[in-house]
Design a protein around this ligand. Structure first.
Ligand SMILES: NC(=O)c1ccc[n+]([C@@H]2O[C@H](COP(=O)([O-])OP(=O)(O)OC[C@H]3O[C@@H](n4cnc5c(N)ncnc54)[C@H](OP(=O)(O)O)[C@@H]3O)[C@@H](O)[C@H]2O)c1
Length: 227
C-alpha cells in the first residue's frame, strides 16, 4: 500500500490536497496531521486517518510518530510525506515573544524533520514533498522567522536530495487565499512594509483558491511520477 502523510490537512492547501487525492486516487491511504480535525466528509472516508498532533511540541510529535511507525505501519510499504503545515507567525521579530520564535522553528522546521526521521527509519521507501514559499529565497521585511524556517527546510531537502537522489522535491504553491494570507493582511507590525501589497492582491482577486493551488501541486507531482 502507498501511504500519503499530509501535515496541515485540516484547512487551506493541505485540506484541498487531501480532498483532491481522496476523490481521484483510490489506491492511497492518507494520514492527515493537524491540531484540529478536517471536515466530516474527509474524516468519514475509509481511506483517511486523522492524527491529532501539535507541531509546536516536537517531543510529543516524536513520541507520536515513533509509536505510529511501530504499531500502525508494517514497515514494508511506501510513503509520500507532504510537509505542508506551516505558520507565518510571528510577523516582526523584536516585538515577538521568545516563545513565538520557538514555535515558528518547531512548526516549520524541527517537527517536520523529526517526522521525516521517523519515517525513513520505518518505511522501505519515503518520498518527501516540501511545500515551500518564495520567502525561502527572498527576504521580506518582518518575515524573519517564516523566511528563515522555510529556507532551512528547503536547504534540508536540497541536501537530502544530494545525499539520496530522487528522495525529495520542494514546491512553491504560489499565493493562496487561506488563513495564512488573512493573518498576513491583519498584521500590524511596523517592520512589515509590504503589507499593502498583500491587501491589494486580495482585493484585486490575485489569490488562487486552495483547490486551484492543490491541482497545480498535484499536476507537478504527477508530471514527476511522484504521485
Ligand atoms: N497561503 C499562501 O499564500 C502560501 C504561499 C506560499 C506557500 N504557502 C505554504 O503552503 C503551506 C500551507 O499553507 P496554508 O496557506 O494552507 O496555511 P493555513 O491555511 O494557515 O493552514 C495551515 C495548516 O497547518 C496546520 N498547522 C498550523 N500550525 C500547526 C501546529 N502547531 N500543529 C499542527 N498543525 C498545524 C493547520 O492546522 P490546525 O490549525 O488544525 O493545527 C492548517 O491545517 C504552508 O507550508 C505555507 O508556508 C502558502
Amino acid at each position: 500500500m502507498t501511504w500519503v502523510l499530509i501535515t496541515g490537512a485540516s484547512k487551506g492547501l493541505g485540506l484541498a490536497l487531501t480532498m483532491n487525492l481522496l476523490a481521484i486516487r483510490e489506491d492511497l491511504h492518507i494520514v492527515g496531521v493537524s491540531r484540529s480535525a478536517p471536515p466530516d466528509n474527509v474524516l468519514q472516508s475509509n481511506r483517511f486517518s486523522f492524527m491529532q498532533a501539535d507541531l509546536s511540541e516536537p517531543k510529543e510529535v516524536l513520541e507520536k510518530f515513533s509509536e505510529w511507525v511501530t504499531t500502525a505501519v508494517s514497515g514494508e510499504g511506501e510513503i509520500v510525506f507532504i510537509n505542508n503545515a506551516g505558520t507565518i507567525n510571528p510577523i516582526g521579530f523584536s516585538a515577538s515573544a521568545a516563545e513565538e520564535l520557538i514555535q515558528s522553528v518547531n512548526i516549520n522546521f524541527l517537527s517536520p524533520l523529526l517526522i521525516y526521521h521517523s519515517l525513513v527509519n520505518a518505511f522501505a521507501k519515503v518520498f518527501l514533498v516540501n511545500i515551500t514559499s518564495g520567502a525561502a529565497n527572498n527576504p521580506i521585511a518582518g518575515w524573519e522567522m517564516y523566511a528563515a524556517t522555510k529556507s532551512a527546510m528547503k536547504m534540508f531537502c536540497a541536501t537530502t536530495e544530494a545525499s539520496r537522489p530522487g528522495s525529495t522535491h520542494s514546491i512553491d504553491p504560489g499565493v493562496i487565499d487561506t488563513q495564512m494570507q488573512a493573518q498576513i493582511r491583519s498584521s500590524n507590525d511596523p517592520s512589515f512594509a509590504r503589507k499593502d501589497n498583500f491587501v491589494k492582491l486580495s482585493i484585486e482577486g490575485g489569490l488562487q483558491s486552495p483547490p486551484q493551488a492543490a491541482v497545480r501541486v498535484l499536476d507537478e507531482l504527477s508530471s514527476l511520477s511522484i504521485l
